[in-house]
Design a protein. Structure first.
Lengths: 175, 151, 658
């Protein structure tokens, strides 16, 4: 008798799965690097090509790494949010200029405003690959020990900064 | 005059320069290996194409990375691990066999085995029961039909 | 004016569909003959108004009415007429209207060809179909209205996606939807049977031709999609196990199980509750497919512009229609009863083994398609399941099915004898073994997978010939081989043709996968490349202009042993409106091979990267599908379904209650 109920039971489970699925984003690729040390790099800076920057320079501090490019449309959306974040002084913001031309990157920052303490120039995108970048913009929060604690795929919004990013930064600062 | 020149050019230059076309890739053997592996990897940008087919810039970059690493002598597994470290299992079209995917890989076999088991049980039970019983109402109806002939 | 007419027609269709549902279901439940009799006219009215709505949308496309938002996003004034018409189903809203049109066409068909069914049964079947129509019409009118206006109207449309500007596009969705939607009839018959509490072999006889017809359309639809992808997408592949492809394949697998299960139920009255369940599941998978494509839950090349609101609506529809019928199943199926008995080795049991395999196959495809979602939803990570998984899993499942395909039709009903079967099939086995051992060498080299594929294909084909030969030899009464064959029912020919089609399909897949080759080369004008015994010469690229695109067209003559076989013109097109580049492959089709050439990038002023493929026997894949569909069509048009029109329904019930 109960065997007749098996199909409907499986079906209900399927409905629940699909219902939950409607809230998820199948295109988002979560990062396997969360909780792991930020991959090492040493790259020239965007403004001063002779100087380099490495993630090791930031050990002992909590910082935000934002991946951007002048050809990226969504980056325009999030730029005001970054400017606000940098102005607030809550956490230093560093930029990774991904697969761009130096002149274009500089011109973009000049026109849009520069929230970054330092902008790093990743010409061929290799460092981006090391960080698992697949779509610009992406933003990382890295703690004092150099471990990646959070990754935001897509533009930053004020809600995300308020509800996720800043609380996390505060928590990491206290640690 | 230009026409004649063009014709002469085609007639003489073409056959002279005609040759067996060179492979598009610099190292065809390596390329084959790169493409074979890329067919099993997922393009993260388009997400519905393999890394081999995709024309997205990231796909080209990743293929270049594959080429470089293979040239350095890395094995297929090392190259795949390199990508999985950065992008997770999502990048593999052949899901790895781990705790969370056991059900996936053994599911089909399980379905088949369960199906056959149920079928066998049902057949045995049917045999033991000696065929279906005919209900009394049906018996009565049959008798009526046989007695009265076809309407 | 016209779009408003279309919208009005759709709204009227909704009212009629609702009427059809209520008159049919409530009328049958209450035994009200007048209501039941009114179901047919209501259904026909619904069809008429849906057709009007569809016509209105088509007219809007033909006359480039860009005040209609849907036309503006899927068409363009430079688009040729036939693609403007095809554009009607190029996007979500229009393709949903096409879905509904197909449903109303099938509904209309049921009203025409159901004279011999008892009124109560017809009323219930139409009633259930009316419910489904109501659901979808509500969906269109409330979330996906193709008639929405756009003000201010843009000067020109955004053009149909260039990928869809192809003859295959014109036919693929209509065929596919005829198939998907056709399973709603088997579904409606099943639900009607559960509601009436009466499920006998006659029910199977009524259901069967409709189900087989739907299966034919689905086969053609899937084959067209696969052929179109091969022809159009430029990478030479023909099946990607993409979620939407799987969404069409699952109903096909379940539908195949269903038509075989109906055979058992019709002939012997056995396994009725299983057949009913399969009918519900086949349509459930059709609806699930609709959900997957339009909700955004899975990424796919096919996905329409997705919208979670639409997803919720379809999910609700799915829950009501399928959840409702499965609950009905829990309530009524136990009363259905067993039916005729049979031995563990008999045609019935072999057909049921076929069912187990096809059901397991459908389940496996479902598992693979939804597994990434399941893991993501439970927070266990994100994986991808692609062709490597499906191919590893699917082939071992199908191999036993192919073996059984050779044995099943020869087995007797109720009780078959193993020694008898073995003896009758010994020559088929020998032929199969010979094919597996020897044929690969004819292709160049021996391989285990190729041998296996050829073994199974030859086995099935040889078994078909054994069956024909036995009919010639054994038919009593008639004299002469021809006379004996002419008394064989059409349905049997249909089965033989369809099974033979499967063998042809397997040969195509096996040989193309085993022996295809490709070369990726850089060519200057005059350069040649050789593959599969054919020589391709690159004559350079010319600029050409199409109706709505500009292209670079290469000229590539192909020779074999010095003789020109074909001249191919692959193109690299840029469609002006969307500024989208597209590779247009050039294919020389042949019975034993395809030559496939596509252009890569220009690497210098004169040199281009060219990719040439040699694909042996690839057209046997679609040829096999066509044979399968033809076989199905033959079977569906068997005399006994048409003759049955003369008989009284009550006699049927009595006859089948044996």
């Amino acid at each position: 008798m109960t065997r007749f109920a098996i199909p409907v039971a499986i079906f209900v489970a399927l409905l629940v799965l699909l219902g939950v699925g409607l809230k998820l984003d199948p295109r988002e690729v979560p990062s396997p690097l969360i909780g792991k040390p930020a991959p090492h790099f040493e790259l020239p800076q965007l403004h001063e090509a002779a100087k380099t920057f490495s993630e090791r320079d930031m050990l002992g501090k909590v910082w935000v790494l934002n991946v951007w490019a002048s050809w990226c449309v969504s980056c325009r959306e999030e730029h005001p949010v970054l400017l606000d974040l940098a102005a607030s002084g809550a956490v230093p913001v560093y930029g990774l200029n991904y697969k761009d031309k130096r002149e274009d990157g500089l011109a973009w920052l000049k026109g849009m405003g520069d929230p970054y303490k330092v902008s790093i120039f990743d010409f061929d995108g290799r460092v981006g690959i090391d960080y698992g970048v697949y779509g610009v913009p992406e933003t990382y929060v890295i703690d004092k020990k150099g471990v990646i604690r959070y990754k935001r795929i897509g533009p930053l919004t004020p809600e995300i900064v308020k509800s996720t990013l800043l609380p996390l930064v505060n928590e990491l600062d206290r640690a | 005059m230009p026409r004649l020149l063009a014709v002469l050019l085609v007639a003489f230059v073409l056959p002279v320069s005609a040759k067996e076309a060179a492979p598009a890739a610099a190292d065809p053997v390596l390329e084959k290996r790169v493409m074979a592996l890329s067919e099993e990897l997922r393009c993260l940008v388009c997400q519905n194409q393999t890394l081999a087919e995709s024309n997205a810039p990231l796909a080209e970059d990743l293929r270049n990375q594959l080429r470089e690493k293979m040239r350095e002598g890395k094995s297929d597994k090392e190259v795949v691990d390199f990508l999985v470290e950065r992008y997770g299992d999502f990048v593999l079209y052949r899901p790895p066999l781990k705790g969370t995917t056991v059900l996936l890989w053994f599911g089909p076999l399980l379905l088949l085995a369960t199906g056959f088991a149920v079928l066998m049980r049902r057949l045995q039970r049917r045999r033991a029961a000696g065929g279906p019983g005919v209900s009394d109402a049906e018996r009565k109806r049959a008798a009526e039909l046989l007695a009265g002939g076809e309407r | 004016m016209i779009p408003e007419l279309g919208q009005l027609a759709a709204a009227l269709a909704l009212c009629l569909a609702l009427a059809q549902a209520l008159l049919g279901l409530v009328g049958a439940a209450r035994g009200q003959a007048v209501w039941m009799a009114a179901t047919r006219p209501a259904a026909r009215g619904q069809f008429a108004f849906v057709a009007i709505a569809f016509a209105c949308l088509t007219v809007s496309f033909i006359y480039n009415d860009f005040t209609v938002a849907y036309v503006a996003s899927n068409s363009n004034s430079a688009l040729p007429l036939h693609y403007r018409i095809a554009g009607v189903w190029g996007g979500h809203e229009g393709s949903m209207l096409l879905w509904i049109l197909m449903l109303s066409v099938w509904t209309f068909g049921v009203t025409l060809f159901s004279r011999q069914l008892p009124l109560e049964m017809v009323a219930r079947v139409l009633g259930v179909m009316g419910l489904v129509s109501t659901g979808f019409l509500l969906f269109i009118l409330f979330t996906s209205n193709p008639f929405s206006r756009l003000f201010p109207a843009p000067p020109d449309g955004r053009d149909l996606n260039p990928l869809l500007q192809d003859p295959g596009m014109v036919m693929h969705p209509p065929m596919l939807y005829m198939g998907y939607v056709g399973f709603s009839i088997a579904f409606s018959f099943a639900v009607a049977a559960l509601l009436s509490g009466r499920l006998d072999a006659a029910w199977a006889r009524w259901s069967r031709p409709w189900t087989t017809a739907a299966w034919c359309f689905l086969t053609v639809g899937i084959a067209l999609g696969s052929g179109w992808a091969y022809y159009e997408l430029g990478w030479g592949g023909w099946w990607f196990w993409d979620p939407v492809e799987n969404a069409s394949f699952m109903p096909w697998l379940t539908g195949t199980a269903l038509i075989h299960s109906l055979a058992v139920t019709e002939k012997r009255g056995a396994f009725r509750s299983w057949t009913v369940l399969l009918a519900i599941l086949a349509f459930a998978l059709s609806l699930l497919g609709t959900f997957l494509v339009r909700s955004g839950v899975l990424t796919s090349v096919h996905a329409f512009a997705t919208d979670p609101t639409r997803g919720i609506f379809i999910l609700a529809l799915l829950a009501i229609v399928i959840g409702g019928s499965l609950l009905l199943y829990v309530w009524r199926a136990p009363a259905i009863g067993l039916g005729g008995g049979f031995e563990p080795l008999s045609r019935e049991s072999l057909l049921l083994m076929n069912n187990v395999i096809f059901a397991a196959a459908a389940g496996s495809v479902l598992l693979g398609t939804l597994y990434p979602l399941a893991l993501d939803a439970s927070g266990l990570g994100k994986i991808s399941v692609g062709p490597p998984y499906f191919e590893t899993v699917f082939v071992p499942l199908m191999a036993p099915a192919l073996f059984l395909m050779g044995v099943g039709p020869l087995a007797r009903w109720k009780k078959a004898s193993l020694p008898d079967l073995a003896s009758r099939l010994r020559w088929a086995a020998a032929a199969a073994a010979l094919a597996a051992l020897a044929l690969p060498f004819a292709m160049g080299r021996w391989g285990a997978m190729v041998a296996l594929g050829l073994l199974l294909a030859a086995w099935v084909a040889a078994s078909c010939f054994v069956q024909i030969w036995e009919k010639v030899r054994n038919a009593s009464g008639a004299s002469g081989a021809w006379a004996r064959l002419s008394v064989v029912p059409r349905a049997t020919w249909g089965m033989l043709l369809a099974h033979f089609g499967v063998a042809v399909f397997v040969v195509g897949v096996t040989l193309v996968k085993g022996y295809e080759s490709e070369k990726d080369v850089r060519m200057e004008p005059g350069d040649t490349v050789e593959i599969g015994g054919y020589t391709f010469r690159f004559d350079g690229v010319r600029d050409v202009t199409g109706p709505n695109y500009v292209a670079g067209r290469a000229q590539i003559p192909v020779t074999r042993n010095g003789k020109v076989v074909a001249t191919l013109y692959p193109e690299k097109r840029i469609y002006r409106v969307q500024n989208q580049p597209m590779t247009e492959a050039a294919i020389d089709t042949g019975f034993t091979r395809d030559l496939y050439v596509s252009l890569g990038e220009a690497v210098s002023d004169t040199a281009w990267v060219v990719r040439v493929h040699h694909k042996p026997f690839i057209d046997w894949i679609w040829g096999g599908c066509l044979l399968m569909a033809l076989g199905g069509a033959l079977a569906a048009s068997d005399r006994r379904y048409r003759l049955a029109a003369r008989r009284q329904p009550e006699q049927y019930a009595a006859a089948a209650a044996r």
